[in-house]
Design a protein around this ligand. Structure first.
Ligand SMILES: C[S@@+](CC[C@H](N)C(=O)[O-])C[C@H]1O[C@@H](n2cnc3c(N)ncnc32)[C@H](O)[C@@H]1O
Length: 297
């Protein structure tokens, strides 16, 4: 299924851009947001980042295959000091989840990679390494911490037993193991029983939360005064990080009597959610939360 941009209007309007804005799109993907910005603002320019090499740019778009935690390096290469808007549309696109062949989907039988990079090198961590080499305790901790999976300990236990017999190589094998570990009533829930474990592995393999913290800090730093950053997140761990980061920036700094003004203001206190109409057309938007912040100085 082709990826559909989520909260497109809300994000672009929320950024408050002008005709010749320079925008940093940290998660370019299929370019849904960037291309719409260029369509609406004819003289705008987009600097785009996506770690996935299968992603391609377009006119008025300078695309870099980098992790967004290195966005400062990208701006340096472009000779750009500050930008008029920053976008993060986190996670993975529908195309990546369904047809990357890298093991993101529990509905397919693929090698256990789960890397953002299309072709991971020897030095890159993969899901297979995590599953087969990390201690049972570390596995339980990430499945619980990053997946918020209540059967984390049981799943980690069965993984440890199975890999002792033979290395776990594919998503199909992993799904069977998870199936064995969880009670049968859990297998018929609305959310697929492997969802949380897969989410946890993806987050661990790509250090997604570490990258997000670094990316947010550098993205905010790159904003001109009076410019805005928009972040769309898809699960509570990400949203918590964004919310905390925004709160810090929007709070006064220092102790009395040396209290300085805050560095930013929140454009929306509550996250913006997709309309019923959008959710009907794109189920992915159901869990999306958009938060926008404006830098003061
Ligand atoms: C949800 S998609 C973006 C979709 C895009 N806004 C659109 O409308 O087509 C997220 C993209 O961000 C990329 N991505 C996720 N985390 C990243 C990171 N830390 N560094 C660079 N790219 C990342 C993924 O490869 C994916 O292509």
């Amino acid at each position: 299924m082709k990826h559909r941009p989520v909260l497109l209007n809300e994000t672009i309007e929320g950024l408050g851009l002008s005709e010749d804005s320079v925008v940093l799109d940290c998660t370019f993907g299929g370019g849904g947001h960037s291309k719409e910005i260029l369509r609406r603002y004819r003289k705008a320019k987009v600097v785009a980042i996506d770690e996935d090499r299968n992603v391609e740019g377009g006119e008025n778009i300078s695309l870099y295959h980098e992790n967004f935690r290195n966005l400062d390096r990208v701006l340096q290469k472009e000779n750009i000091e500050k930008v008029d808007g920053v976008i993060f549309d986190l996670g993975f696109s529908s195309d990546q989840l369904e047809s990357s062949g890298r093991g993101f989907s529990f509905l397919k039988d693929e090698p256990l990679l789960m890397t953002l990079k299309a072709k991971p090198g020897e030095e890159d961590l993969t899901a297979k390494m995590v599953i087969n080499n990390w201690s049972e305790k570390s596995l339980a901790d990430i499945i619980y911490g990053y997946g918020e999976e209540r059967y984390a300990r049981r799943i980690a236990r069965i993984i440890a037993e199975e890999r002792f017999r033979k290395p776990i190589e594919t998503t199909g094998e992993l799904v069977e193991i998870i199936k064995k570990a969880v009670p049968s009533r859990y297998r018929t829930k609305k959310i697929h029983f492997a969802t949380r474990t897969f989410q946890a592995l993806r987050i661990a393999v790509n250090d997604e939360l570490g990258a997000l913290k670094e990316g947010l800090e550098k993205g905010f730093e790159a904003l001109k005064p009076e410019s805005r950053m928009a972040v769309i997140s898809f699960h509570s761990l990400e949203d918590r990080i964004v919310k905390k980061f925004y709160k810090e920036k929007a709070s006064p700094v220092g102790l009395w009597p040396r209290v300085e003004e805050s560095k930013a203001v929140l454009i929306n206190k509550k996250p913006i959610r997709a309309s019923d109409e959008e959710i009907k057309n794109n189920i992915r938007s159901r869990s999306a939360k958009l938060r926008i912040i404006k830098k003061i100085k």
